[in-house]
Design a protein around this ligand. Structure first.
Ligand code: G16
Length: 540
C-alpha cells in the first residue's frame, strides 16, 4: 500500500447532489483521490465494510472506478460490489445498498449534465440507508478535503470490470455484478406486471427515450419483458458522451420524444429518464405532465398499485415544487412535508416512516422502496395506474385537474450567469423580503416573503438559506434560488406558480397564465437588468 502526499483543493464542497465538476477538473492529479479519501476518513464504518460502486457510464467512469477500488482496498474495505463495466444507475445503487446491507455506495455521475472529455463528471456518497449522505456527512467530507495531506492507494493492476464474478484486490474481495437484475427484481415486486403487459398486448403505443444514458439496459430488460416493442425504446444504447447530447429529459434535450408525442398520430404513452436514471418525465399524447403534477397524481392513485394498496403514510415535496401534492395529501388526510431542494432531505422522513412518496419539480419522484429518486419506478407507476384506471395519461391528468384544480407551474432557468451578477439578483430580493408583505402589484398582494429555512422533524437539524419565496394572497407565488448542480458560473432558477380552481380555466397556455407572476418577479428582482439576460436559457 502506498501513502501519497497531497494538498487540499479549493471548492470540493458537495452541492445539491455530490461533487460535480468538469472532467478536466476531476482529471487533475490527486483531485478525485482527495475527495475519495475524505469519504473514507469521514465514514469510519467503511473500514471492514461492504461498499457498492457504480456510475452512469459517462466518460471517466472506468478510470475513476479503478482508482476508487485501489483506494477502497488501501482503506480497509472488506468487500466491494461493482456494476458490470462500472455501470449502475443511481436508483440501482440505492436498491443494492439496501438489499446487501452495505455500509454505503459511491456513485459516479453528473446526472443530467453533458458528458465526454469536455463534459462534466461527478461523485457522490450514499449511506447505509441507500440515500444521499445527509448534510452532516457532506459537511464532514468537505471539512476533511480542506485539511487533507495524504491518501492511501493499493498498488495493484486494473480490475477487469467486464467479467461477472469474484476477484481480489489486495485483501479486499471484489465482485462484479449484473447491473440490472437486482433492480429489475425489485420493480417486479412492486407492480402489477401482468396488468401492464396487457396494455402492450392490447396495442397501447409507447415510446421511452433513454437519451443514450444509463437506463438503456434497464429499460430493455424491463419494458421488453413487459411486451413493449423493441423499437419503442429510443436512444437505448448508453454512450460515454451520451451521443453528444445532454441527458436531461426536457423539451429541449428530449426533442425527438417531444416531437413524437406531439404529433397527431403520436404514441399513447411517452417517457424519458436522465443520465443516471433517477429522473423521469411522462407524456400523454400532446401533453407533458409537469413533474409537480406527476407527484400529485401518483399520490392520488398510489392505492391502485400493489405495493401501495394499503394507502400512503404521507408525501413530501421540495419547497420549489408546486403545491399540487399538498391538495392530494389534504384530501387523503395524510401529512405533506416541504423540504429544501435535494433528495438527501427526504431520507429522514422515509427512514422514520412518515412518508411513502416524495418528489420534486426537477423531474424526480420515488417512494420508500429505495432512498433515491427513481426514473423507471415513476414510469412503471404511471403504467400501472393507466392499466388500473383504464384511462390514458392525458385523461388521467384532465380528471385530476377537474377534481383538485390545476397548479399552473413553470421553471425559468438562467444558466451560466456570472457569479457576481447572479448573487446581485439574490441580494436584491433578499434586501426587500422584510418590506414586501402588503405590497400590491396589479391584482396581486404579497402575503409573505422569506428565505426558506427547513427544520428537520426527525433529527431537528436546521438548514438555512434554501431559496427565496414570495407568496401572494391569491396563493400564487414565485421562488428564486441558485442551483447547486451547475458547473459553469451560476444558474438562477425562477419558479412560477398560479393556482386555478377545478371550476376555472384548466387548459390555458401555461406561460400566458404565468406571465403576470413572471412580470412581478422581474419588477421586484430586476433580474434582466442585473444579469443582461433577456430570456431564460431553459424553460421547463
Ligand atoms: C439533483 C438533486 C435534486 C435537485 C436537482 C436540481 O438532481 O438530487 O434533489 O432537485 O439536482 O438541483 P439544483 O436546482 O440545485 O440544480 P440530479 O438528478 O441532478 O441528481
Amino acid at each position: 500500500m502506498a501513502r501519497i502526499d497531497t494538498t487540499p483543493f479549493e471548492g470540493q464542497k458537495p452541492g445539491t447532489s455530490g461533487l460535480r465538476k468538469t472532467v478536466k477538473t476531476f482529471a487533475q492529479p490527486h483531485y478525485l483521490e482527495n475527495f475519495v479519501q475524505a469519504i473514507f476518513d469521514s465514514v469510519p464504518t467503511l473500514k471492514g465494510g461492504l461498499l457498492i460502486v457504480g456510475g452512469d457510464g459517462r466518460y471517466y467512469n472506468d478510470t475513476a472506478i479503478q482508482t476508487i477500488l485501489r483506494m477502497a482496498a488501501a482503506n480497509g474495505a472488506a468487500r466491494v460490489l461493482v456494476g458490470q463495466n462500472g455501470v449502475l444507475s443511481t436508483p440501482a445503487v440505492s436498491a443494492i445498498i439496501r438489499k446487501y446491507k452495505a455500509q454505503g455506495g459511491i456513485i459516479l455521475s453528473a446526472s443530467h449534465n453533458p458528458g465526454g472529455p469536455n463534459g462534466d463528471f461527478g461523485i457522490k456518497f450514499n449511506g447505509a440507508n441507500g440515500g444521499p449522505a445527509p448534510e452532516g456527512v457532506t459537511n464532514a467530507i468537505y471539512a476533511r478535503t480542506q485539511k487533507i495531506d495524504h491518501y492511501a492507494l493499493e498498488d495493484a493492476p486494473d480490475v477487469d470490470l467486464s467479467k461477472l464474478g469474484a476477484s481480489q484486490l489486495g485483501d479486499m474481495d471484489i465482485e462484479i455484478i449484473d447491473s440490472v437484475s437486482d433492480y429489475a427484481e425489485l420493480m417486479e415486486s412492486l407492480f402489477d406486471f401482468p396488468a401492464i403487459s396487457k396494455l402492450f398486448e392490447d396495442g397501447m403505443s409507447f415510446c421511452f427515450d433513454a437519451m443514450h444514458a444509463v437506463t438503456g439496459p434497464y429499460a430493455k430488460a424491463i419494458f421488453t419483458r413487459l411486451g413493449a416493442p423493441e423499437d419503442s425504446l429510443i436512444n437505448a444504447v448508453p454512450l460515454p458522451d451520451f451521443g453528444g447530447g445532454h441527458p436531461d429529459p426536457n423539451p429541449v434535450y428530449a426533442k425527438e420524444l417531444f416531437e413524437k408525442m406531439f404529433a397527431d398520430d403520436g404514441p399513447d404513452f411517452g417517457a424519458a429518464s436522465d443520465g443516471d436514471g433517477d429522473r423521469n418525465i411522462v407524456l400523454g399524447r400532446k401533453l407533458y405532465v409537469s413533474p409537480s403534477d406527476s407527484l400529485a397524481i401518483l399520490a392520488a392513485n398510489a392505492h391502485l398499485v400493489p405495493a401501495y394498496k394499503n394507502g400512503i403514510k404521507g408525501v413530501a415535496r421540495s419547497m420549489p415544487t408546486s403545491g399540487a401534492a399538498d391538495l392530494v395529501s389534504k384530501k387523503l388526510g395524510v401529512p405533506c412535508f416541504e423540504t429544501p431542494t435535494g433528495w438527501k432531505f427526504f431520507g429522514n422522513l422515509l427512514d422514520d416512516g412518515q412518508i411513502t412518496l416524495c418528489g420534486e419539480e426537477s423531474a424526480g419522484a420515488s417512494s420508500d422502496h429505495i432512498r433515491e429518486k427513481d426514473g423507471l419506478w415513476a414510469i412503471l407507476m404511471w403504467l400501472n395506474i393507466v392499466a388500473a384506471r383504464g384511462q390514458s395519461v392525458t385523461e388521467i391528468v384532465q380528471a385530476h385537474w377537474k377534481e383538485f384544480g390545476r397548479n399552473y407551474y413553470s421553471r425559468h432557468d438562467f444558466e451560466a450567469v456570472e457569479n457576481d451578477k447572479a448573487n446581485a439578483v439574490m441580494q436584491k430580493l433578499t434586501d426587500q423580503l422584510a418590506s414586501l408583505p402588503g405590497k400590491k402589484f396589479g391584482a396581486e398582494t404579497i402575503a409573505k416573503a422569506d428565505s426558506f429555512t427547513y427544520h428537520d422533524p426527525v433529527d431537528s437539524s436546521v438548514s438555512e438559506n434554501q431559496g427565496l419565496r414570495v407568496i401572494f394572497e391569491s396563493g400564487s407565488r414565485f421562488v428564486m434560488r441558485l442551483s447547486g448542480t451547475g458547473t459553469v458560473g451560476a444558474t438562477l432558477r425562477l419558479y412560477l406558480e398560479k393556482y386555478e380552481a377545478a371550476e376555472g380555466d384548466l387548459n390555458q397556455d401555461l406561460q400566458t397564465m404565468l406571465s403576470g407572476i413572471a412580470n412581478i418577479a422581474e419588477e421586484i428582482t430586476t433580474l434582466r437588468t442585473l444579469t443582461g439576460r433577456q430570456d431564460p436559457s431553459a424553460i421547463s
